[in-house]
Design a protein around this ligand. Structure first.
Ligand code: NAI
Length: 301
């Protein structure tokens, strides 16, 4: 059985919704959990310690180990304090689940910069602020498991969520780099794109809401946080009992050798759209080196 005995986890935004489910699952399998939550509204207004406190009480009542932490992930000091809590109270940090989030939905033409920055600060910069101090510790310890909470809104698109979608897709960019920088230290960095009925999706899931409880997302996060997880750089779509990989594929495309067949023209592009856009024969690059590795032999061959 997968367990987290002697492991210490930080789950941000764990005072409700998905984060609560992740924290409860990790604690039920033996992890000591730092339950971070600012306790504000879904739009990121206000603060309260009760959200984190309630989840800690729930964990302790079922015999688990947890401690509450109330900082905002959205500042460097907040991120440092969250990680310091794990180190001060439990002496180590093995797992970070970047989960805290808010919404400030607005169509792009109407969006103001406060709506942009507030969302980037929590989702994207927040993941930097929490993950960096943890990553430094994990490098020394030569062990770490990090999960980013991305979203279909960024990976596939969702009307009215330019700020949120960009932040969520940005997390995948950070993951792709951290998976390389963490590789030789046994730090695995993965992402989920969840679907769950929480206060954030109150208006969205409608009659399907009951099918998407947060508890059916937590097992995938739990696996990605486990020592057993050998994958890094994966993105999993998770919700309603389904877990499936999402990937970015590089298709075979159209190639015209510049020396032998002449430099590519705008007309060559227009004439070869079927090949350029064909989904046949794709590869899934692990890094940008793989993209070059595909091109090199074509040019040199
Ligand atoms: P939620 O609103 O129930 O949970 C988010 C939690 O983050 C709240 O408890 C909130 O107090 C906390 N939080 C907000 N700002 C914070 C800050 N600055 N510092 C610390 N804590 C903060 O919503 P839900 O659905 O559980 O969202 C969890 C994550 O999953 C979010 O990142 C969200 O964007 C993401 N997500 C959720 C989806 C869904 O279907 N519910 C879909 C795709 C992504």
């Amino acid at each position: 059985m997968i367990d987290f005995q002697d492991r210490v986890a930080v789950v941000t935004g764990a005072g409700g919704g998905l984060g609560r489910a992740h924290a409860l699952l990790l604690a039920s399998r033996g992890a000591a959990v730092v339950v971070n939550d600012l306790g504000g509204s879904v739009h990121g207004e206000g603060a309260s310690s009760s959200a984190a406190d309630d989840v800690v009480a729930e964990i302790r009542e079922s015999g688990g180990e947890a401690v509450a932490e109330y900082s905002s992930v959205a500042t460097p000091d907040g991120g440092a304090a969250i990680v310091a809590k794990a180190l001060d109270d439990y002496g180590r940090i093995d797992i970070v689940v970047n989960n805290a989030g808010i919404l400030r939905d607005r169509s792009f033409a109407n969006m103001d910069w406060i709506e942009l920055n507030t969302v980037l600060d929590v989702h994207l910069r927040g993941a930097f602020y929490v993950t960096q101090p943890a990553f430094r510790y994990m490098k020394e310890a030569k062990y770490g498991r990090i999960v980013m909470t991305s979203s279909g809104a960024g990976l596939f698109g969702n009307f009215g969520q330019g700020n949120y979608g960009a932040a969520k897709a940005g997390l995948v960019g950070l993951m792709n780099v951290l998976k390389l920088e963490g590789a030789k230290y046994n730090i695995k960095v993965n992402a989920i794109a969840p679907i769950a009925h929480t206060r954030m999706t109150e208006q969205v899931l409608e009659e399907m809401a009951d099918c998407f409880d947060p508890e059916s997302v937590a097992p995938a996060v739990g696996y990605l946080c486990s020592e057993e997880c050998e994958y890094t750089g994966d993105i999993w779509s998770v919700g309603g009992g389904s877990v499936s990989r999402i990937f970015i594929g590089l298709c075979d495309g159209y190639f015209q050798h510049p020396d032998r067949e002449g430099p590519l023209t705008i007309d060559d592009v227009a004439d070869n759209l079927n090949l350029i856009r064909s989904e046949d024969g794709y590869l899934v690059p692990f890094s940008s080196e793989d993209e070059f590795a595909k091109l090199g032999p074509r040019l040199m061959g």
